[in-house]
Design a protein around this ligand. Structure first.
Ligand code: ADP
Ligand code: MG
Length: 432
């Protein structure tokens, strides 16, 4: 250490060398623990040789230096509970780190903002940071990555992760036991970083929102960081008090979008590598193309592949991948059924021409029924709105569509053979 100190500037020594802690010392190898705030690559490239040399000079022995991130102590990850609560605290998942997050153009901004907040806790203007977007797109992952980063920085900051649901239950319990002041003091005085997941579930819970509002203000005033996730941007968070929403807009809100094709492939590759699973390029492409909705499903497919291939003791084949896609992403089927597919098959089934189905005129009884079935199927199997469906079928009103759907539903209840016909059409559509 002293030998090194003389070789380096004070600043470099303080920043890069002093924070290193020996994890193990063996005859020829010393492993040093590197806190997360130090750039691994930079350290290895710039200072490894120098450390080895200095050690050799001081001790007359050649050694190899290895660097390692400190293993995260589970105790550090557990959000400390509000001490009077019986509600179990939720642990942050240690696997949800920045390193494990595959960045694509869909998440670039959210990732950078989260990273900025973690690197300069309480120092950025992004307070609060709100990450919003659909399910399974990595919101919780990013939120907890900030928590993991802070917990493993060794700075002794208190990270509190709650879902809004947990916060609500805590609040209800503290009312029951006359502990509201304690709850409020706990959040205001003990917590350095508040991570609240799925804030939309505070919807309609007025008193909880009020309490949260006060806690929010107190933390904000103390420059304590608050990070939130939600399913929609602040101005679309219905059922939340205006003053709370306006607080959310003080900082920065960023969205995560579904990953594009390239990012999906990169995510699949990353997840497979983690599991030491070799998947051919062809299969990776197939999966990336077939599973479009969210990252959770991509992850599920990889896990299924691993499980199935080890169960069957077989290699990972395209057929296996097909099977798994059919199971993990059945919603894909219904989403890819288009309006044209429906009119096409309905027309074949009822032997009525497609344009008759789509035309404005009433037509025969058969035509009317085929049209109603087609409307019903579009409502059931696609994401088209009633208005869109009406437009498509000869610019009809949405109430006509509602009527058609009801008529078909009733007919299916009353007439079993009719129900079989409709089911037959659906299964044909699913085979497409
Ligand atoms: P959300 O909270 O938005 O519903 P999650 O954060 O729970 O989604 O993500 C679902 C799963 O997908 C998690 O296991 C997470 O680790 C993984 N995941 C999501 N986005 C990514 C990504 N960009 N890179 C790697 N894994 C991801
Ligand atoms: Mg989540």
């Amino acid at each position: 250490m002293t030998a090194l100190k003389s070789k380096l500037s004070q600043d470099v020594f303080e920043r890069f060398i002093k924070p290193l802690k020996p994890l193990s010392i063996m005859d020829f190898e010393i492993t040093l623990s590197v806190p997360v705030q130090i750039d691994f690559d930079q350290l290895s490239k710039a200072y490894r040789g120098l450390i080895e040399l200095s050690y050799c000079e001081a001790n007359g022995r050649e050694i190899t230096i290895k660097f390692e991130r400190p293993s995260i102590n589970q105790a550090q990850l557990a959000s400390p509970a509000f001490p009077f609560s019986s509600i179990p605290t939720m642990q942050i998942n240690p696997a949800y780190t920045f390193d494990e997050f595959v960045v694509g153009s869909n998440s670039q901004f959210a990732f950078s903002a989260s990273m900025a907040v973690a690197k300069d806790l309480g120092g950025t203007k992004f307070n609060p940071l709100l990450i919003y977007g659909g399910v399974g797109l990595g919101k919780t992952h990013l939120l907890q990555a900030i928590g993991n980063y802070i917990a493993s920085s060794g700075a002794g900051k208190v990270v509190r992760y709650v879902t809004s649901e947990m916060f609500y239950r805590e609040f209800v319990e503290s009312i029951q036991h006359n502990k509201i002041t304690e709850l409020s003091n706990y959040y205001r005085n003990e917590v350095d970083l508040l991570l609240m997941d799925d804030v939309q579930f505070l919807r309609g819970k007025d008193r909880t929102q009020e309490e949260f509002f006060h806690i929010f203000n107190a933390l904000h005033q103390l420059h304590k960081q608050i990070v939130l996730t939600s399913d929609s941007p602040p101005n679309k968070l219905e059922g939340l008090e205006d003053r709370l929403i306006s607080r959310f807009q003080w900082g920065l809100f960023v969205d995560v979008q579904p990953p594009d094709r390239e990012t999906r492939e990169a995510i699949l590759q990353h997840k497979a590598q983690k599991l030491n699973l070799f998947i051919s390029q062809e299969i990776l492409s197939f999966l990336a193309e077939s599973i479009e909705d969210n990252v959770r499903q991509l992850e599920g497919a990889i896990r299924q592949l691993l499980m199935q291939s080890s169960l069957k003791k077989s290699d990972i084949t395209l057929d296996l991948a097909r099977e798994i896609v059919a199971r993990t992403a059945p919603s894909r089927r219904s989403r890819t059924i288009g309006a044209d597919d429906i009119t096409d098959i309905v027309s074949q089934y009822f032997t009525v021409e497609v344009n008759k189905i789509l035309e404005r005129g009433r037509g025969t009884k058969e035509v009317a029924q085929a049209r109603q079935v087609a409307m019903f199927l579009m409502k059931e199997l696609t994401s088209a709105s009633l208005k869109t469906i009406g437009k498509r079928f000869g610019d009809r009103d949405h109430s006509t569509v509602v009527h058609a759907v009801k008529t078909i539903e009733r007919a299916m209840e009353e007439d079993n053979s009719f129900k079989n016909s409709v089911d037959g059409i659906i299964s044909q559509l699913n085979k497409r």
